[in-house]
Design a binder for this molecule. Sequence first.
Ligand SMILES: O=C(O)C(=O)C[C@]1(C(=O)O)C=C[C@@H](O)C=C1
Length: 404
Amino acid sequence: MAAASLIMAPIGPTPRMPGHAPCRARCVVRGSLQGAVVNSRTEWLTSCAVLSSKVAAQVPHSTNGYVAPAAAPRGAVLDLVPTRGINGSASNLPQPLRIADLCPAPVHGSELRVAYQGVPGAYSEKAAGKAYPGCDAVPCDQFEVAFQAVENWITDRAVLPVENSLGGSIHRNYDLMLRHRLHIVGEVQLPVHHCLLALPGVRKEDITRVISHPQALAQCEHTITRMGLSVVREAFDDTAGAAEHVAAHGLRDTAAIASSRAAELYGMEVLADGIQDDCGNMTRFVMLAREPIVPRTDRPFKTSIVFAHGKEGTSVLFKVLSAFAFRDISLTKIESRPHRPIRPVEDANHGTSAKQFEYMFYVDFQASLADPRVQNALAEVQEFTSFLRVLGSYPMDMTPITHN
Ligand SMILES: O=C(O)C(=O)C[C@]1(C(=O)O)C=C[C@@H](O)C=C1
C-alpha cells in the first residue's frame, strides 16, 4: 500500500468553503428573477434555474471548450452565493456549525444532489439518474460549475461526459479533472438516441437551421446530410437547451437535436427519430466526488491516472505502458493533452533550438488500486515521470446496454 498512499497523498478532501452554504442553502436567483429568494427545493426546480459560476479566467466566447453558439441568455441563473448564514439567520457573520451541517453526504439514492451540465432533458441529466437513481439532479450551465458545485458542497456529486463512441473524448472535462481536486468514484455508459425536434406544425422543408450541442451535431452529421436538409448547423450549450431555445423564441425555421424527453418538456414535435449516425451511439460519463471510494478487488474495477512525461530520459511513454503490460493489466484508454510550458529543445549538431509540446497523459486501466499489481506498476511509473496523480479507482459499469 506504500506506493498507493504516496500517490494519493496530495489529493486530500476538499474542505467546506467558509461562506458557502451547505446543500440546502437559500440562493439568490439572478437574471430575469433577480433579487428573488428561492425558499424551497420545489421553487428552485420550478424556476428551472441553472447553476451559474463566477468562474475565474472564464473564456468569454467559449462554452464546454467549443466555439460558442449564438445562444440567448438564460432566463433564470442561480448564483452560488447564499443570502443567509448557514443556520438560516439573516446575519452575514459566521454562524456556528450544527450537527446537521456535519452530516455526511447521503449514500446512494434519494436526496443525493448530483450536478450535471445542461438543462432538464439533457443526456447528462439522464446519466445522473442512471448513476444515482432517485437523486436530485441539479442543472449547471458549464462543466466548470458542476465541479465547483461539488467542491463548494452545493451538491454531493457531479456526473460529467468524458467520451462518446462517435465523437471521441470531451477534452474540456479531462482538463478540468486536472485543475480540480475531485475524485472519480464511478462510471456510467448511456446509449444516446437523438431526435430532430421542431415546433408543432413545422415541416422539414421549413427548416434552415439546426442547433445542438457540438457533440450531438457531430454524432448526427451524416444523417442530417442524407436527409437532404439544406441547413446551417450551429453549436449550443447542450441538446435540451437548444430545444428550450427554439420553443422559447418560437423559431419556426430552426430545429434542435435533442432527446425525446426534451421534446416532451419543451412542447416540441419529433420530426425524425434515431438520427445518430450509428445506432450503437454511446456516451461514457464519470461520477465525481470530494472523497475517493475505497478500492476493492471483489468486482471489476477501473483506475484512471494522469501523468506528465517531464523527467529527462527516453521512451518514457513506452516504459510507463510496459509497467502495465508486464503485469497483465489491460489498458482501456489513453488520451494525451498538451499542457504548458512548452519545452525548448536544443539541437547541438545544428546549433538550433526548437520548442516542443509537453503532454499530460490520461490512462484508464482495468484493475483496482487495491490490487498489488497496480500498486507495483504505479510505483514503477512514478520512477519515470515528473507528475503522477490517481484520478480514481472505481467499479466498472457492467450493466447490459439496450439501444432502443
Ligand atoms: O447536451 C447534452 O444533452 C449533454 O448531456 C452533453 C453531451 C456531451 O457533452 O457529449 C452528452 C451526451 C451526448 O453525447 C451529447 C452531448
